[in-house]
Design a protein around this ligand. Structure first.
Ligand code: NAD
Length: 273
């Protein structure tokens, strides 16, 4: 881990990019570069000015190659095609890259894996430290309770979300199923209506709530006889993803060329239970 890494933010004008610029500043690290699409109207603007924190002396550029030499690590929350291009540039320059972009196809994922053999790459579908800690707690609870409880995952998001259940709810379900040696594809129950019959013990139930401006809430219930444990994560804004990604960026500088995830960054593999 580097004490004062030089961090480049890619997709600097995007929803996540803007928060990442603030997160780098808040963590006290050096914002070394801010990159947008070459045709973006933000190119040439001060990265601090575009996020409303005042000038930071770093101009947004339209080409990563121009600024890669100034960076120890870059954080990429852009789009799959752009990320593939950034991976190629980082590989050539030997610069570490933290990737938050979702929606990569199999070919793009294989390219990421291959690049990680030449330069350090962190990839996580969810950079929230809180969500990753919650998943670790779910694994512990699942292993201890085993088949003695019923497990239900309840998630709530804003009214504009178009998919259900959320990707994070599914990540939680996968972690629980893995810990219990179950198969989520077989055991997930996504809705109940009408004459359902009694609940099967091995089911992992998912309930979805949509409404208003809820940023993202997940509760997993372990329901036994005479007691119930609930593990809840509530996101109040997107800073939780950005601060996790910045933590990953500081952690990965100087590491061996490999693909890492948030379990590595947070040291979960060293915690035994
Ligand atoms: P967004 O559309 O607001 O921002 C993406 C930005 O990338 C845009 O400003 C766009 O102009 C820029 N961009 C595109 N091509 C580029 C290129 N070649 N060079 C530089 N910049 C380029 O989207 P968003 O909400 O910020 O999300 C970005 C990605 O991050 C999505 O894939 C999203 O699903 C993902 N995401 C991941 C996590 C996580 O924890 N892993 C959390 C939130 C969002």
């Amino acid at each position: 881990m580097s004490a004062n890494p030089r961090i480049g933010v890619l997709g600097a004008g995007g929803r996540m990019g803007r928060i990442l610029i603030q997160a780098v500043q808040q963590a006290g690290y050096q914002l070394a570069a801010a990159v947008e699409r070459p045709e973006s109207s933000l190119v040439g603007a001060d990265a601090g000015e575009i996020v409303g924190i005042g000038a930071v002396g770093v101009k947004v550029v339209g080409n990563l190659e121009e600024v890669l030499k100034d960076c120890d690590v870059v954080i990429d929350f852009t789009a799959p095609v752009a990320t593939a291009h950034h991976l190629e540039l980082c590989r050539k320059a030997g610069v570490a890259i933290v990737i938050g972009t979702t929606g990569m196809n199999d070919e793009q994922k294989a390219h990421l894996d291959e690049t990680a053999q030449h330069t350090p790459v962190v990839y996580a579908a969810n950079y929230s430290v809180g969500v990753n800690v919650s998943i670790k707690l779910l694994e512990l609870a699942s292993k201890v309770f085993g088949d003695t409880v019923d497990i239900e995952v309840i998630e709530a998001h804003h009214r504009h979300k178009v998919d259900a259940p959320s990707g994070t709810a599914l990540m939680m379900g996968e972690a629980i199923a893995d810990a219990l040696g179950r198969d989520l594809k077989q055991d997930a129950v996504y809705c109940r209506e009408g004459h359902t019959g009694p609940r099967e013990r091995q089911s992992i139930g998912f309930q979805t709530i949509r409404g208003g401006d809820i940023v993202g809430e997940h509760t997993v219930m372990f329901i036994g006889e005479g007691e119930r444990v609930e593990i809840t994560h509530k996101a109040t804004n997107r800073m939780n993803f950005a601060s996790g990604a910045v933590r990953a960026a500081a952690w990965v500088v100087g590491r061996d060329a490999r693909k890492y995830d948030m379990k590595d960054v947070l040291g979960f593999n060293d915690i035994q239970f």
